[in-house]
Design a protein around this ligand. Structure first.
Ligand code: ZN
Length: 314
């Protein structure tokens, strides 16, 4: 061996053991809790993703903190649903996260997207009283995809596959771990889908009203009869005229239940069901009250299924 080779070999070995390498966990940022939960499951044994929309914050009205911006600028991978669910991320992804692989989950292969229901709730003159795509919707909303796709577990499977692909590509040293975690997750999602189907089967024909139009995917998967959303924007409180209009619609639709969400005013729901036969329930589409982590997704789905079955079936 030449005298030059040995030091360079030692240098190479030294580099291999000291420089942060592919064996380290990639920096993964996830937008909302259900996406974070799937990412955390896939990364078990490797590392932990960072969550942006934490606590009871809503992705529809979120704004980035400086620490979030820093995390995005250091990210290797960013998982988000897409621009209709997380409008706050559109600009930061194009600027801060330029170096990261951006995985837009609503475009995951095998995911069945549903169009955003633009008018949503019970527009004047809508005698059918159903959430059908509105002809009166604004042109800007045309062809937009509803981002709440995780509420169908078969879509969660498509999301998980796309996320695992990105992790394996970025971090091939841990490919075996990601593949094992994905296989376990897909089995768990199949079992969860069957479990929820059984819980919801008895209440499929019972009409109900929700607080914001987040449950299109759940309704489609389990053939539920969602007949209206009180407001499309959780930040905008309906006025008095709108409230009395909605109360009349609730009465006329025969809705069995009106579901609030944990982070919203419960007093509003009380006002709304006053004088109607509808009962009150709570649904949590984004996991507002749940601690983030691998368990969140299944906990969220089960809690919503039980809330629907209890209120609609009781
Ligand atoms: Zn939402």
């Amino acid at each position: 061996m030449s005298p030059f080779r040995l030091p360079s070999l030692i240098a190479l070995l030294w580099l291999a053991f000291t420089v942060p390498s592919r064996a380290d966990a990639p920096h993964v940022v996830a937008s909302v809790k259900p996406v974070h939960s799937l990412a955390a499951t896939l990364m078990q044994g490797v590392g932990q993703p960072r969550l942006l929309v934490d606590g009871t914050a809503s992705p529809h009205s979120f704004s980035l903190k400086p620490s979030d911006a820093a995390a995005l600028s250091q990210a290797d991978i960013v998982f988000w649903m897409g621009p209709t669910l997380e409008p706050f991320l559109v600009k930061p992804l194009a600027s801060l996260a330029r170096g990261a692989q951006i995985v837009t989950l609503i475009e995951a292969p095998g995911l069945h997207p549903l169009a955003l229901r633009t008018a949503g709730a019970w527009m004047e003159g809508d005698d059918h009283a159903h959430l059908v795509p509105a002809v009166t919707g604004s042109p800007a909303a045309d062809n937009q995809i509803d981002g709440h796709a995780w509420l169908d577990p078969t879509n969660a499977k498509a999301m998980a596959r796309a996320m695992a692909d990105a992790l394996i590509q970025r971090d091939p040293a841990n490919a075996g771990r990601y593949r094992d975690n994905l296989a376990g997750l897909l089995r768990a999602l199949d079992a969860l889908d069957a479990e929820i189907g059984a819980i919801l089967a008895p209440v499929g024909a019972k009409p109900f009203v929700v607080f914001h139009d987040a449950f299109h995917y759940l309704e489609a998967r389990y053939r539920l009869d969602g007949v209206g959303a009180i407001t499309l924007n959780p930040e905008v409180r309906p006025g008095a005229a709108r409230l009395s209009q909605l109360r009349a619609r609730i009465q006329a639709s025969g809705a069995t239940c009106v579901f609030a969400e944990p982070q919203f005013e419960t007093a509003l729901i009380g006002t709304l069901v006053e004088g109607t036969r509808a009962k009150r329930g709570v649904l949590d589409p984004e996991g507002a009250l749940l601690p983030p982590g691998p368990e969140l997704y299944a906990t969220l789905m089960r809690a919503n299924a039980h809330a629907l079955a209890t209120c609609l079936g009781g």
